[in-house]
Design a protein around this ligand. Structure first.
Ligand code: ADP
Ligand code: MG
Length: 245
């Protein structure tokens, strides 16, 4: 890991109307770092990572991603998004496109990559998530685990500087969770910078450089997995861990 900062959030606050969803968040993610974000439902985890690719706007503080400062007057949101891959709980594949096309359209439409090259890249990453044989199927013909792996491949085709995962295994049948976690573990081993909202604590222990615990819009505690799991400092963290482990 080197010192390059991929994401830097300084004193970030955000409100939905009068409800403050993020409270003075400070978080730096360096190149090659693997961060796991956990915390109770409603604590602001999704909102935080959605701010990192400008799916949500923050109101106070500063966020920069891959050297680009995110602010209200920015015209080039696409310039940020093409650096930031995002994988959602519900896959969000384009239903009317084949698996292959799902992986090709981002590079073609957003980056202007020629179709032949986009196809080559798509096949490379479908192989990487170990489903090249599904390339000509439609999302609905795939299992949930396969669809999520396509969603990961689709993001990788944009060659992002960082990948954000928002509970990527929460909507899956239990037997499909491990294939997605294995794919994510493979990415981590290859050095991908990752911010993963997940309650898969086995994954966090094995892969995370740091675990961040959020509660009521704040980062309450963070630490290396070993310390976080064996010696949590705050009562709220202890309670959370006792409920999920
Ligand atoms: P988490 O991902 O940790 O479950 P979220 O970031 O989804 O939490 O939500 C944090 C809080 O913000 C919740 O109380 C939720 O109801 C609220 N919230 C989320 N999105 C919106 C929205 N678009 N408008 C108003 N409130 C929202
Ligand atoms: Mg969420």
């Amino acid at each position: 890991m080197n010192g390059d900062k991929i994401i830097e959030a300084k004193n970030v606050s955000k409100w939905y109307g009068t409800f403050q969803v993020l409270k003075d968040i400070n978080l730096t993610v360096s190149k090659g770092e693997r961060i796991v974000v956990c915390g109770p439902s409603g604590s602001g985890k999704s909102t935080l990572i959605r701010c990192f690719n400008r799916l949500e706007a923050h109101q106070e503080g500063e966020i920069s991603v891959n050297g680009i400062t995110l602010h209200n007057k920015m015209r080039n949101v696409g310039g940020v998004r093409k650096n930031v891959g995002m994988v959602f709980q519900h896959f969000n594949l384009f239903p009317h496109m084949t698996v292959l096309m799902n992986c090709m359209v981002g590079p073609m439409w957003i980056k202007g990559v020629p179709a032949a090259e986009a196809k080559k890249t798509a096949l490379k990453f479908l192989e990487r998530v170990r489903i090249p044989e599904q390339a000509n199927k439609y999302p609905i013909q795939l299992s949930g685990g396969q669809q999520q792996r396509v969603a990961i491949a689709r993001s990788l085709c944009m060659e992002p500087a960082v990948m954000l995962f928002d509970e990527p295994t929460s909507a899956l049948d239990p037997e499909m969770v491990s294939e997605v976690l294995e794919t994510m573990t493979g990415l981590a081993k290859d050095g991908m910078t990752m911010v993963c909202v997940t309650h898969e604590m086995g994954f966090a222990r094995a892969v995370a450089d740091r675990v961040i615990f959020m509660n009521s819009g704040q980062i309450v505690e963070e630490g290396k997995p070993k310390d976080f799991f064996t010696n949590p400092q705050h009562e709220r963290t202890k309670l959370f861990l006792s409920q999920i482990l």
